[in-house]
Ligand binder design. Structure first.
Ligand code: HEC
Length: 129
């Protein structure tokens, strides 16, 4: 029994390691919609000075941008999309730093820059809209 459970665990971690290096997302409307929801939640939480909530949103967005970056790295030939994703992820960590010292003004500025970066990528990569 014990060894089987151990093996299952090892398989699970092997699986995590493999998927960790591969873009596990499909960048589609659903994915982007959850990104939009997070972004709205982030600016709302900064607005009402809810540092804890905003912190969670910023963290979630950093994870999403890491996936979006992986997605475009894999796709290839999309360096600017990779750069915008990485820039957004960095802005996430900047926002978290401001939240830690309750500097909501600067957190707002960084969140606004992040929103501009969404649009930069859309201008080039989001077709038909
Ligand atoms: C690196 C590129 C990139 C970044 C950065 C990016 N997006 Fe997108 N976004 C896309 C692409 C590509 C699509 C089109 C996806 C599709 O329709 O399959 C899209 C589509 C969307 C849509 C439309 C979904 C629909 O229902 O049609 C929304 C909303 C959206 N993005 C929100 C955001 C928000 C909010 C951010 C920033 C927090 C963001 N995106 C950042 C590439 C990006």
């Amino acid at each position: 029994m014990g060894t089987i459970r151990m093996r299952k665990l090892m398989l699970f971690f092997a699986f995590l390691t493999i998927t960790g290096s591969v873009a596990a997302i499909t960048l589609d409307e659903d994915y982007m919609q959850s990104m939009e929801d997070r972004q709205k939640s982030l600016s709302a939480n900064i607005g009402i000075q809810n540092a804890k909530g905003a912190n969670e949103d910023a963290k979630a967005m950093m994870e999403m941008f890491a996936d979006v970056s992986d997605y475009y790295v894999q796709k290839g030939n999309a360096q600017d999309a990779v750069d915008w994703s990485n820039k957004s992820r960095e802005l996430g960590s900047v926002i978290i730093k401001y939240l830690a010292v309750k500097d909501f003004d600067n957190a707002t500025v960084s969140a606004t820059t992040m929103a501009k970066t969404c649009k930069d990528c859309h201008r080039l990569y989001k077709k038909d809209k």
